[in-house]
Ligand binder design. Structure first.
Ligand SMILES: [Zn+2]
Length: 486
């Protein structure tokens, strides 16, 4: 296949452009000539009900659209549209007895003659006719240790709906078509792939073998666009404690520590997991995680206040909805020396049981960000003149500075719990729990047992078990205070 003529080398079949119009979609064949997308005039005529007539002597072509004439001249970048001159990025060409126009002819010249908007979206290879709703949708995938987040940035903001189907989730956009950009996703445990859906306004998310459930959040990063995030979660984690994807950072997330690493224990913030609309996990007999966690938090507060005389604050005193970042912000604002988030767990297998203690996983990139943040402590002008260096710590790196202390605290909690309640085989673990990310102090999350285990559900609901857990956490705090003050 070496005998290819030179003129042939310069042109090649290119991916077609899809014309999206009120009456449907149709492909428009594209030929790449000299690295430009060209469309045969015959195909333009077929797609837009125009006609054309060649004047061989003048070397020209006249296209008639709704009674208006577009006059083209071979190899001339300027065309006349109903007497007006329009410049094209490349000239019309005549090859093998066919005329070709560059793709920009459609929005620049044909649109004027037809008196209709023609919007050429190059990267998506779409030509949008008239007032069609074709939002730009850019998908990305962020894989965490325990979840995968699929995020769609949508411009302009468009209503969406996520419909579960066997083996996949269908994302339906309130649109006529999508100007879609999706990444190639290697098949993985939670996510097998992302593809355009069966209809022009849908996207299909193929689910992996470990997928158990999804969680949808929407936000508006700016006035002109919307964001849809679908978290894919496995079955065996405490769903509501799994981190939400990083949201755009409001100002309150900038953390200004008033002290360096903790050197004493004066204030404890206890975070009863979930609350309000967030039920957390639920046992078969109906026991709600959000109620257990509040009850344990109150018992622990009473113990700490009476036995250690420390200040204790609960992130919530009642049954209210709170975001993970609000909880750690509460701890930061109260200058807590320790942050304890209390949860109860659930697993698919009912036999799984035992308490677990978590501290934050920090991924490599975050660790590097932390080093950079430390190296670039910001200098602000101080009252009364002069400069005072204060550490402005980005929210996402706050907990990273306390990981060693958090690991120590987790170890003390594990020892104390083990003396009083049954432990899971994986008693201390690291996980990317969102509620810990912004905590600017040693912080752990304690899963006090499994509500999905019938025996544990009964235990967890009793005052006796809750008191054992609270006593164990108090014992751990006493050890940790000794460690800080050694
Ligand atoms: Zn929980």
């Amino acid at each position: 296949m070496l005998a290819i003529g030179l003129s042939f080398l310069a042109s090649a079949q290119a991916p077609s452009i899809t014309v999206v119009a009120r009456d449907g979609r149709k492909p428009l064949a594209v030929t790449a000539i000299n690295n430009q997308d060209y469309i045969a005039v015959d195909d333009v005529n077929a797609a837009f009900a125009t006609t054309s007539r060649e004047d061989r002597l003048a070397g020209g072509l006249t296209i008639t659209a709704r009674g208006r004439s577009i006059v083209l001249t071979e190899n001339q970048n300027v065309v006349s549209v109903a007497g007006r001159l329009v410049t094209l990025p490349a000239p019309p060409l005549r090859r093998d007895n066919r005329w070709y126009v560059p793709a920009d002819f459609l929005p620049r010249a044909l649109s004027v003659a037809l008196d209709v908007r023609l919007d050429l979206r190059r990267s998506a290879r779409l030509l949008i006719v008239g007032d069609m709703r074709v939002p730009r949708v850019v998908a990305r995938v962020d894989a965490g240790a325990n979840n995968v987040a699929v995020t769609f940035d949508i411009t302009p903001n468009t209503e969406t709906r996520v419909n579960p189907q066997p083996g996949r989730l269908i994302v339906q956009f309130d649109a006529d078509a999508l100007d879609l950009s999706i990444p190639l996703v290697p098949s993985q445990a939670l996510l097998a792939g992302i593809t355009p859906g069966d209809t022009p306004s849908t996207v299909a998310i193929a689910l992996g073998p470990r997928f158990a459930l999804h969680r949808v959040t929407t936000s508006q990063p700016d006035a002109g666009s919307g964001r849809l995030t679908i978290e894919l979660l496995p079955a065996t984690t405490d769903v509501a404690a799994v981190p939400a994807p990083p949201a755009p950072a409001p100002d309150t997330r900038l953390v200004i520590p008033t002290q360096g690493p903790s050197t004493g224990l004066r204030t404890v913030v206890i975070d009863p997991g979930h609350g309000g609309e967030q039920l957390g996990t639920q046992g078969v007999k109906g026991t709600l995680e959000k109620e257990i966690t509040l009850s344990v938090a109150r018992r622990l507060r009473t113990l700490i206040e009476s036995r250690l005389g420390l200040k204790v604050f609960l992130t919530r005193e009642d049954d209210r909805t709170m975001e993970p970042d609000e909880r750690s912000a509460f701890a930061n604002n109260h200058k807590a020396d320790v942050f304890l988030s209390i949860h109860a767990n659930s697993a698919v297998r009912p036999s799984v049981k035992g308490a677990e203690v978590y501290y934050l996983t920090v991924e490599r990139a975050d660790e590097e960000a932390r080093k950079r943040a430390d190296a670039n402590a910001t200098t602000l002008p101080a009252l009364g003149g002069g400069n005072r260096a204060i550490d402005l710590i980005l929210w996402e790196t706050a907990q990273a500075r306390y990981l060693e202390q958090s690991a120590t605290l987790a170890g003390f909690i594990e020892q104390s719990l083990r003396a009083r309640v049954e432990m899971s085989p994986r008693a201390v673990q690291q996980a990317p729990f969102r509620v810990l990310v912004g905590a600017n102090m040693p912080a752990t999350l304690v899963e006090i047992g499994y509500l999905s285990n019938a025996e544990q559900e009964s235990q967890l609901a009793t005052a006796a078990y809750q008191d054992q857990v609270a006593q164990a956490l108090l014992d751990a705090l006493i050890k940790f205070r000794g460690f800080l003050e050694h």
